[in-house]
Design a protein around this ligand. Structure first.
Ligand code: GAR
Length: 203
């Protein structure tokens, strides 16, 4: 069984989409653990309701990073659960070197823009303020530099003239809920290879 670990900080809608996608298709993918840096993340409630093991791990006193001992406990927990793939589903902290090299090539992220445009926070707001006609979402492998790793899948979302940050983010999320589970599935089936910055999807 291909085992994934999901890290989430917020509403957990991507976690829910992953659970539903796996269940609807009866895929041989197991969510071995859900971890959050936020004790009130809805992702923890979703996991609890689904009977998935879940923990809040205290990130320490920084806002954007985890303290070294906290990062170690994330790494240790994922190792103990023999996780094949770490999925960042709205995990709002930057991972440091030790974390990334502990799961080299086995960490993926969902980002709410068409990377390399609008890396960082609240990318839907950045897109709206910039005035682009199209934005979207991206799944990518995680590397040391932020939002920069090889791009796996993207989905395009048009920006409407009466969009608010919220309506735009909601439409982006609808696409996230399609490409993130699909990306996980392709990786679990061994259908993804990477050469430099390029990702190849095999049939
Ligand atoms: C998603 O839109 C995801 O793309 C974004 O956080 C949201 C989490 O939603 N991630 C980032 O901005 C990472 N830089 P969710 O908690 O409902 O899954």
């Amino acid at each position: 069984m291909f085992t994934i670990g999901v890290l989430a900080s917020g509403r957990g809608s991507n976690l829910k989409a992953i659970i539903d996608y796996i269940r609807a298709r009866n895929l041989p993918i197991r969510i071995g653990i859900v971890l959050s840096d936020n004790p009130s993340s809805a992702a923890l409630d979703i996991a609890r309701k689904e009977g998935i093991e879940n923990f809040f791990l205290d990130p320490g006193r920084y806002r954007t990073f985890m303290e070294p001992h906290a990062e170690k406990s994330f790494i240790e927990t994922l190792r103990q659960k023999e996780i094949d793939l770490v999925c960042l589903a709205g995990f709002m902290r930057i991972l440091k070197k030790e974390f990334i090299s502990s799961f080299e090539g086995r960490i993926i992220n969902i980002h709410p823009s068409l990377l390399p445009a609008f890396p960082g926070l609240e990318s839907w707001k950045q897109a709206l303020e910039y005035g682009v006609r199209f934005t979207g979402c991206t799944t990518h492998f995680v590397e040391h530099e932020i939002d920069s790793g090889p791009i796996i899948m993207q989905s395009v979302v048009p920006v409407m003239k009466d969009d608010t940050p919220e309506t735009l983010h909601n439409r982006i999320q609808e696409k996230e809920h399609l490409i993130f589970p699909l990306t996980i599935r392709l990786i679990s089936e061994g259908r993804i290879s990477v050469s430099g910055k390029k990702v190849y999807i095999h049939s």
